[in-house]
Design a protein around this ligand. Structure first.
Ligand code: MG
Length: 309
């Protein structure tokens, strides 16, 4: 999406708010003064003096008010507007990290883990082999998970497909389910951590922009009152996310194996063509009804499998 950023003073922001008064929105992001949606684009002014224009005519609309910040500087200024980017020294801080697994797999549940890694444990975790799980095989992940589970305070949530499909059918997006589960896992973990004062921040492996994340969880309790950071590829940003990711993957693999046992044959991870074939086999042996227990029904695999039968 096209965007443009301006830096203006507070009286200019007031003037803009007046100008867009017919288009003001009730929801304003954290740190924001107003959000307006005139026909051409959306406009959000922040207390910092930054004004963000988004939409196809963002640049034109922004230029009505002054010179926009050039695009290279823009991306970093958007980050600072948001204020959700992790600080540079985060790797050495005591952090709760959260991550999820299974969202792209047709078979098997979605698992979400929040894990607390204090700065005293960073070296220990490294020696146990904790690193970005994308570079690890499932059997390595399971070994590492078993060794860190007893030493890392964590909270694991498993969303089985019966429930997943029920929520999806009611119109809930996968993004919202993730947000609710991340928040819930963090809430649970806050209650488990002996000294919450030790927690210097929460880092979420970003799956959606922070504003949308907070919109999803707006009517949920939030037990964490401190700083929350968002980062994509957060497994590489702090050990706690790497640990959360490993535990979540381990839980997913265990549940997946249980499902294979129930099916009577080995299921397939992912959502590719092989998955369609296995799903077709499942329909033939257990009936179409069984899919809602084993699979994420709204995936395109469902229709493809039915065609194969
Ligand atoms: Mg993730």
């Amino acid at each position: 999406m096209a965007s443009a950023v301006l830096k203006v003073n507070q009286s200019k922001i007031q003037e803009m708010q007046q100008y867009y008064s017919n288009y003001l929105q009730t929801k304003v992001p954290q740190g924001g003064i107003f959000t307006a949606k005139p026909p051409s684009c959306s406009v959000t002014a922040y207390k910092s003096g930054k004004v963000l224009f988004q939409g196809k005519d963002a640049e034109i609309e922004a230029k009505k008010w002054g010179e926009t910040i050039p695009s290279k500087a823009k991306s970093s200024s958007i980050k600072s507007i948001d204020g959700y980017a992790p600080p540079e020294h985060i790797a050495s801080m005591s952090i709760i990290g959260s991550d999820e697994v299974g969202t792209g797999d047709y078979f098997g549940p979605m698992t979400v883990v929040a894990a607390f890694v204090s700065k005293d444990q960073l070296l220990e975790l490294r020696s146990l082999g904790v690193k970005d799980s994308k570079n690890l095989k499932d059997n390595q992940i399971c070994e590492i998970a078993k060794s860190i589970i007893p030493v890392i305070p964590h909270s694991l949530l498993i969303l089985h497909n019966d429930k997943y499909n029920e929520m999806q059918k009611k119109g809930m997006s996968q993004g919202k389910m993730k947000a609710l589960l991340h928040n819930q896992a963090i809430n649970h973990l806050i209650k488990k951590v002996k000294n919450v004062m030790d927690v210097e921040g929460v880092l979420i492996d970003q799956f959606v922009v922070p504003d949308i994340y907070y919109k999803h969880i707006q009517s949920s309790p939030k037990d964490w009152k401190g700083k929350t950071f968002f980062s994509t590829k957060a497994e590489g940003v702090h050990m706690s996310v790497a640990a959360a990711s490993i535990i979540a993957r381990y839980a997913f693999v265990k549940e997946f194996d249980k499902l294979s046992d129930k099916a009577g044959f080995e299921l397939q991870k992912g959502a590719g063509a092989k998955v369609d074939q296995i799903a077709a086999k499942l329909i033939r042996t257990k009936g179409e009804e069984a899919l809602k227990h084993f699979t994420k029904l709204h995936f395109a695999n469902t229709e493809k499998a039915k065609k194969l039968v």
